[in-house]
Design a protein around this ligand. Structure first.
Ligand SMILES: Cc1cc2nc3c(=O)[nH]c(=O)nc-3n(C[C@H](O)[C@H](O)[C@H](O)COP(=O)(O)OP(=O)(O)OC[C@H]3O[C@@H](n4cnc5c(N)ncnc54)[C@H](O)[C@@H]3O)c2cc1C
Length: 378
């Protein structure tokens, strides 16, 4: 350690990546400072308490993983409940279960057995003659046929991407999971749930006894921040770190509109997707159902996909050819840095689920500490 420096680690960003890295460093006795430009810690998993309900401020977050080590890790900070994500979709006056399973097939075609459902799907696909799909519409049709595509995929996807499905590349949909059992569990992972008391409990556990300064933007004073610590962990936007010298990386954004309803139960489910093109939002989240809430009122959030501009929140990276090439140039610069570790969804320009972010932060921390903590050979 350079004894002129006040901290071993400056961690830019208090989201899951930053918080896990900080926790691991703190456990080894390292002195950490975490900074975040927002007025709260936790990044996109932050929950805001409204009417006693944990509102997922940056979109519905459901924790799921197949990895027992990661499940045990999160449960060591907060206990998780038994929430299972079983969204429903509304298309015009019809309601369907998701993901596509025997319940959905019964609702679509009144078929009751897997054999009947398979035959119906094959019949739909076979009639289309789409051997080399050239866009998303053709790709989806070739995988699930016309009924599922038109009622449950087309409008939702077009709203999400702000473009017609015939203008979208086919690679966006590689596969569409179709399940021939009566199983509405959206995820197939072994472990799933929501932290009891909300995600802030997880963040608080990770950042316990670590200094956190909020509402400070690293770029407002980067030389001063860098001078404070031996090593920087950077979880912000990688293009911004390099002053956009190869151009801006593009994203899709979202707008969230909350409403407090004077009823104890508005829609009977946490997640309801609206798959019609003409309804501008993609889904309504009723947050209390994530925690089986019994509050007298309820809070719902309508989620609207938005074109991204630099002043809006960057939610989903657009990993197309153009952006991938730009990202690779930034990544090449990042790989040459010695005093900075880049991690998290913004620095790696990649969509990651929470368990993947935790896995990646634990791996980067363990690789880093196994090198610097290695005993000197005699
Ligand atoms: C709408 C939506 C729904 C999702 N749903 C799920 C789900 O159901 N299940 C699941 O597993 N995952 C889900 N995810 C993914 C999950 O949000 C991420 O895996 C996780 O939050 C990423 O953590 P992070 O630390 O990489 O980034 P973030 O949470 O974005 O944290 C980065 C932090 O860095 C701060 N920062 C950035 N730049 C600066 C700067 N210059 N100075 C100071 N601070 C800075 C930001 O303010 C932010 O707090 C969802 C994501 C989205 C967008």
């Amino acid at each position: 350690m350079d004894y002129n420096k006040q901290y071993d680690y400056l961690i830019v960003g208090s989201g899951l990546f930053g918080a896990v890295f900080a926790h691991e460093a703190h456990k080894l006795g390292k002195k950490c400072l975490v900074i975040d430009k927002r007025n709260h810690s936790g990044g996109n998993i932050y929950c805001e308490n409204i009417e006693g309900i944990n509102v997922h401020r940056y979109g519905a977050h459901i924790f799921h993983t197949n990895d027992k080590t990661i499940w045990d890790y999160v449960n060591s900070f907060v206990e998780f409940n038994r929430y299972i994500n079983s969204p429903v979709a509304i298309y015009k006056d019809e309601l369907f279960n998701l993901p596509f399973n025997m319940n959905t097939f019964y609702q679509l075609w009144k078929v009751k057995t897997p054999a009947e459902a398979k035959e119906k799907i094959q019949e739909e696909i076979g009639n289309l003659n789409l051997e080399n799909p050239s866009n998303l519409e053709e790709q989806a049709l070739s995988l699930v046929g016309k009924d599922i595509y038109e009622k449950l995929i087309k409008g939702y996807t077009e709203k999400q991407w702000g473009r017609s499905a015939t203008e979208l590349p086919s690679f966006i949909i590689n596969r569409l999971p179709v399940r021939f059992t009566y199983d509405n569990n959206y995820f197939s992972d072994k472990y799933q749930g929501i932290p009891i008391g909300g995600y802030n409990k997880l963040t608080e556990g990770l950042l316990k006894d670590i200094e956190v300064r909020l509402e400070v933007n690293y770029f407002d004073n980067r030389e001063e921040w860098d001078a404070m610590a031996d090593q920087v962990i950077f979880t912000g936007k990688i293009d911004e770190y390099y002053n956009y010298e190869f151009g801006q990386l593009e994203y899709r954004s979202l707008k969230f509109e909350d409403e407090i309803k004077d009823t104890d139960n508005f829609q009977g489910n946490a997640v309801v997707n609206y798959t019609e093109r003409d309804i501008p939002y993609t889904r309504i989240i009723e947050h209390k159902h994530f925690e089986f809430g019994t509050q007298p009122k309820t809070v719902i959030t309508k989620e609207y996909p938005l074109e991204w501009t630099s002043e809006k929140e960057p939610y989903y990276p657009i990993n197309d050819k153009k952006n991938t090439e730009v990202f690779k140039k930034y990544q090449a610069l990042a790989q040459q840095e010695t005093g900075v570790i880049f991690g998290g969804r913004l620095a790696e320009y990649r969509y990651y689920d929470m368990h993947q972010i935790i896995g990646s932060a634990l791996k980067k921390a363990s690789d880093h500490f196994s090198v610097i903590e290695k005993p000197v050979e005699q």
